[in-house]
Design a protein around this ligand. Structure first.
Ligand SMILES: [Zn+2]
Length: 255
């Protein structure tokens, strides 16, 4: 399957259509919509296939229990298919949660010419939400810092991550979050890549940073444990195609 191009309207030479039904926050893919009158969002072109997100009304399940949440879908499909499914969930959820103007409460109208909801009374525009979050692997000589977050499902150690604050640069967020979560100072913050993370609408921006000073002191509200690890004695690390794993794998490959 070829790459995906986000778009607002289908290409005239689309030869095929695909429908990603969004049931709650789970997805079910079919070559026709389960109901023609359900609300839909055009997602973009995947090669010559026009891909749509279908907003399945609450209480309906055209998949009869076969729909997959994005966590389970992760790693079980191609990276492109997973990203498109994440886009479907994010745009459908955006439509569900922006039906009324946040300023005056009037019912909004979907704009035909761009991806926005407009208030017909006061003109306020609402665009799909994206929340940038930084994720960073901190190194100190031959060691890297890996931490077990309080929200992790199992005994897994990963990079440090956190949301970017309004008015803050990405590099500033790296320095602040590392200081808050594990009490150390870092420098030489270097961008290493990014990944959409539709839980529910993050964009993970990946960095490397170098330890400058300080000993690990975990913030118990966020971090259960954090340690310095060498490449030959790694703990249980995140699976699959996550950017956390890519940051760790790239560091291991340098050794
Ligand atoms: Zn309004």
């Amino acid at each position: 399957m070829s790459g995906f191009n986000p778009a607002h309207t289908p290409s005239p030479d689309a030869v095929e259509h695909r429908y990603i039904h969004v049931i709650g926050a789970s997805v079910f893919v079919d070559d026709r919509p389960a109901e023609d009158h359900w609300d839909r969002h055009f997602l973009g072109m995947q090669g010559d296939v026009a891909v749509w997100g279908i907003d399945v009304p609450h209480g309906e399940d055209p998949s009869y229990g076969a729909a997959t949440d994005l966590y389970s879908y992760f790693g079980r499909t191609t990276e492109t298919d997973w990203l498109v499914a994440g886009r479907a969930v994010q745009l459908v959820e955006w439509g569900r949660t922006h039906r009324f103007c946040g300023r005056c409460g009037t019912a909004t109208e979907r704009q035909a010419n761009e991806r926005s909801m407009k208030c017909p009374a006061c003109g306020l525009l609402a665009f799909p939400r994206l929340a940038p979050a930084m994720i960073t692997l901190v190194t100190r000589g031959d060691e890297a810092l890996l931490a077990r977050g309080v929200a992790f499902r199992g005994p897994m150690y990963s990079c440090l991550a956190g949301f970017v604050e309004p008015g803050e640069s990405l590099e500033g967020a790296v320095i602040r979050e590392v200081r808050e979560e594990v009490g150390i100072e870092v420098g030489n913050v270097q961008y290493r890549g990014s990944q959409p993370w539709p839980f529910p609408h993050s964009l993970m921006v990946g960095f490397r940073a170098e330890w400058v000073s300080g000993d690990i002191v975990c913030d118990p509200a966020e971090i259960l444990d954090a340690q310095w690890y060498t490449r030959d004695a790694l703990p249980n690390i995140p699976p699959g195609i996550s950017i956390a794993r890519k940051l760790i794998d790239a560091w291991v490959a340098e050794g």
